[in-house]
Design a protein around this ligand. Structure first.
Ligand SMILES: *Cc1c(COP(=O)(O)O)cnc(C)c1O
Length: 389
């Protein structure tokens, strides 16, 4: 059996041809395909606006910047995420803090969020932005978070890097029904890829304007947006009105995105089918399988199992190494962000978020991606059964 990674892109001849067409066109970057990709994703998700950027890390950064996050502000996210969800606060000179996860969904715990908000209010240190992360592709309980946002007055940016194609209640993730903005990642292991890429969706026109400026040096050519009169300046004229970045996506990447988006439902359906297959075949092992909240349809970016310490003495490390020896590219999502050395320097420590930490000790991510064959998946399942638990 050849090595099976935990995630992998699926590229067709049509994808390749779409990219080649852009390479033969006049615009390699910031051409017509970017807007086509933005419209396509916005329509798919039911959001009014979409802004494509170079990656989801950049997307999170300018989402915070567009909300005016600055020194003195605090942003909250979860420890069970990729470091980028927290780093975006620090890029804006703001502080970051975490809300522990729910032991069932592995998403932000509503109970923990409520408690922390009460405490923060008493100390006059409420967050400016809360960034819930739709872990593994399953939406957080957004209605509850939005109610708290109204009560305590914070913005919501959904980190949906795992979750394009998933749903919450009656809407697609990305529709921003309960948030100010939603961020997607198009890294190759995610559901849809552009190589590197990210996108921010919103229903707020002003935020969209801010995002467009921040994506491209803080420069505008729109005279309605300029802060000084343009007077007799000609059509060459532009103004830099903020400190922006070069976070543009290329048309080459957008072309891949447009082509990939045509298969998004197929991608998610296949992942869901494979998740069901794991659910069925692994239910007799001492593992805790992924729980699905009734309001959600996961996009199934990841299939994470927990070793159940009540049912086996096997450690996560033993099982992880065993599967690696069998050429199975298992992974761990995630080492809690607050336990990273960089965050320890900021004052966080082991014990701060006990549920995320306990979860981390027991988890393994199994291979799950569009091109994973039935034979390969059954090999993973058989290997797990061959272990002496
Ligand atoms: C992948 C990922 C990111 C960062 O995405 P990039 O496009 O690689 O910058 C951010 N948050 C989460 C939860 C992710 O999984």
């Amino acid at each position: 059996m050849k090595y099976i990674p935990y995630g992998h892109q699926d590229i067709t001849t049509e994808d390749i041809q779409a990219v080649v067409r852009v390479l033969q066109s006049d615009f390699l970057t910031q051409g017509p395909v970017i807007e086509q990709f933005e419209r396509m994703v916005a329509e798919y998700c039911g959001a009014q606006f979409a802004v494509a950027v170079s990656n989801a890390t950049a997307a999170l950064h300018i989402a915070c910047a567009a909300l005016g996050v600055e020194k003195g502000d605090v942003i909250w996210t979860v420890p069970n995420t990729f470091v980028a969800s927290a780093n975006c606060a620090l890029y804006c000179q703001a502080a970051v803090d975490f809300v522990d996860i729910d032991s069932q969904t592995y998403n932000m715990s509503i109970t923990a969020l409520k408690r922390k908000l009460q405490e923060a209010k008493a100390r006059n240190s409420l967050p400016k932005v809360v960034i819930p992360v739709h872990f593994s592709g399953q939406s957080c309980e957004m209605e509850e978070i939005a109610l708290l946002a109204r009560q305590y007055g914070f913005y919501i940016v959904e980190d949906a890097s795992h979750a394009i194609g998933g749903s919450y209640q009656n809407g697609k993730i990305g529709g921003c029904a309960y948030s100010d903005m939603t961020v997607f990642s198009f890294h190759p292991v995610k559901i849809v890829t552009t190589g590197e890429g990210g996108m921010i969706l919103t229903n707020n026109k002003e935020l969209k304007q801010n995002l467009l400026q921040l994506r491209s040096h803080g420069i505008t050519r729109d005279r309605n947006v300029m802060t000084e009169a343009a007077n007799n300046e000609g059509s060459w004229y532009y103004q830099q009105i903020a400190l922006g970045f070069n976070y543009r996506m290329t048309d080459i990447q957008a072309a891949l995105g447009v082509s990939q988006m045509q298969r998004i439902d197929e991608f998610v359906a296949k992942r869901k089918k494979m998740a069901r297959h794991y659910d069925e075949k692994l239910s007799d092992l001492p593992l805790i399988l992924p729980y699905q909240h009734q309001d959600t349809l996961s996009a199934w970016h990841l299939y994470v199992v927990q070793i159940d310490p009540k049912k086996t003495d096997r450690t996560r490390r033993q099982i992880f190494e065993f599967l690696k020896e069998k050429q199975i590219g298992v992974n761990v999502h995630y080492i809690p962000v607050h336990m990273q050395p960089f965050y320890a320097e900021l004052g966080f420590k082991k014990g701060d978020f006990p549920r995320a930490e306990a979860y981390y000790e027991q988890i393994i991510t199994l291979p799950l991606y569009f091109g994973l064959t039935e034979e390969e998946q059954d090999y993973v399942i058989d290997c797990l059964h061959s272990l002496e638990w």
